[in-house]
Design a protein around this ligand. Structure first.
Ligand SMILES: Nc1nc2c(ncn2[C@@H]2O[C@H](COP(=O)(O)OP(=O)(O)OP(=O)(O)O)[C@@H](O)[C@H]2O)c(=O)[nH]1
Ligand SMILES: [Mg+2]
Length: 437
């Protein structure tokens, strides 16, 4: 296999830039340019140790560090060499060009991790965890990415596979001895139902996974002048939206994201709801309603001295979303008996409101695994479909068909780890990586 090379740090000025080689020729290519006392041939290089030396090649004469990881104890499972040079787009590109000129091949996006996968260093889902970790925008997303990358999620899937495999072999054996094994096969089917429930729970968590990835979308709606824009500004800690005492100040949907206790939240401030003949404002109100329908959570803001009227109640029902009633301006009007009491002016109650938003969107999901990848959800849906088909046919005459469905279910679960994933699935996974990873 070719020896590949790439710049593994972001392009641009930085303190350090890392250029990486992977493959059999890594060390011999590297030593053509790296000069360091006591090192003249590959055998002189101790693995896993940074060495200070000089990289001389092309127009580069760079004091830098080099580290060698000997196969198979490396990220890719192959020989790897990294040069840690001064960061800088031009400098790192010169180093890379020099290595490419010496026979290394430019790495494709994700090719280092792809090699790690083919060398059995990571499973496909663990590799996806690596990509997710690199792209994580919040602590919650990072936590789930670690769950994937560390193999915790994989272990949970493996357990389900092994359970279903046991069920399958019991049922296979019982084909030949149906009467003697009646009790065992009943027991196996019971266990298959348990697996089915676990699959369903995992699949249900995908909704949460998607929210963790993209953030909780929160639409702030309510009548004009109740303090929606003030609330958004108070939450963000700066004046993002225009605030005046004129009714109908906000016209467009104003979006801004922030992170609360490790969870990304995307706020949308909207035009106040009222009947008006103003063409522009009416378009704004239409957009407010659309935002409310599309959000994960709706904050329905009103002044704390008011109760919801019939019209508002039916409007809220129409959102068919999780709605949190927010009573604003408690600094003037005092607290109300239901909903969350806040003052956008003083900031009172805002942290409680943020906690409430996270709870409403994600519930209590401390211990369970959360499904994060569409590919995994697709595999689980297929596994579940086949398992359901198998279970509903159990007991009927066509036992062979039941076994086929059980096998299909197991196959779909195997696909998560990449064991039997097709070339195009694997290509798709790695195409989402950056070059150099
Ligand atoms: N005392 C007090 N005044 C507030 C509070 N929140 C908002 N206001 C005032 O209420 C008025 C309207 O505030 P906005 O934030 O513009 O209200 P809005 O709901 O965005 O209004 P529209 O954009 O017109 O729909 C402004 O004069 C704010 O200063 C609060 O918590 N306490
Ligand atoms: Mg406003």
């Amino acid at each position: 296999m070719d020896t590949i090379a790439a710049i593994s740090t972001p392009l641009g000025a930085g303190a350090i830039g890392i250029v990486r080689l992977s493959g059999e020729q890594s060390l011999s290519i590297a030593l053509r340019f790296f000069h360091c006392s006591g090192v003249s041939e590959p055998a002189d290089v101790t693995p896993n140790m940074l060495r200070l030396g000089t990289f001389i090649g092309g127009s580069v004469r760079e004091k830098c560090m080099m580290v060698y990881f000997r196969a198979p104890k490396s990220y890719t499972g192959e020989d790897i060499v990294e040069f840690h040079v001064h960061g800088g787009a031009y400098l790192t590109e010169c180093v890379l060009d020099t290595l490419l000129g010496a026979g290394a091949k430019m790495a494709a996006p994700g090719e280092f991790t792809r090699r790690a996968f083919f060398n059995g260093k990571v499973t496909l889902d663990e590799a996806e965890g690596v990509a997710r970790m690199i792209g994580a925008e919040s602590e919650a997303e990072l936590r789930e990415a670690y769950g994937l990358m560390s193999g915790r999620f994989h272990a949970a899937i493996d357990e389900l596979i092994s359970e279903l495999t046991k069920v399958l072999s019991t049922l296979e054996a019982s084909l030949d001895y149906p009467e003697e094994m009646a009790e065992e096969s009943d027991d196996a089917i019971k266990r298959a139902y348990e697996v089915r429930d676990k699959l369903q729970t995992l699949l249900d968590s995908y909704k949460t996974g998607k929210i963790i990835k993209s953030g909780i979308t929160v639409a702030i709606v309510g009548k004009t002048n109740v303090g929606k824009s003030s609330l958004m500004n108070s939450i963000l800690g700066y004046s993002r939206a225009i605030v005046t005492d004129v009714h109908g100040t906000t016209r467009d949907v104003i979006e801004q994201s922030m992170v609360h206790k490790g969870v990304k939240i995307n706020f949308q401030d909207t035009a106040g709801l009222r009947t008006t003949g103003d063409l522009v404002e009416n378009i704004g109100i239409e957009r407010s309603l659309m935002a409310a329908r599309g959000a994960d959570v709706v904050l329905y803001v009103m002044e704390s001295n008011r109760e919801l009227d019939e019209h508002e109640l039916s409007e809220i029902r129409g959102f068919s979303k999780k709605v949190i009633l927010v009573n604003n301006k408690i600094d003037v009007y005092g607290s109300a008996s239901s909903g969350v009491n806040v003052s956008a002016k003083t900031g009172e109650g805002v942290q409680v409101l943020l906690d409430e938003i996270v709870r409403a969107a994600l519930g209590d999901r401390r211990s369970a695994d959360t499904l994060m990848e569409e590919r995994h959800a697709d595999c689980l849906r297929r596994a579940l479909r086949s398992l359901n088909a198998a279970l509903s046919a159990c007991g009927s005459a066509e036992n062979e068909c039941v076994l086929v469905d059980f096998r299909e279910s197991i196959e779909a679960l195997y696909e998560i780890g990449g064991g039997n994933a097709t070339e195009s699935i694997i290509n798709d996974v790695f195409s989402r990586f950056c070059v150099g990873k």
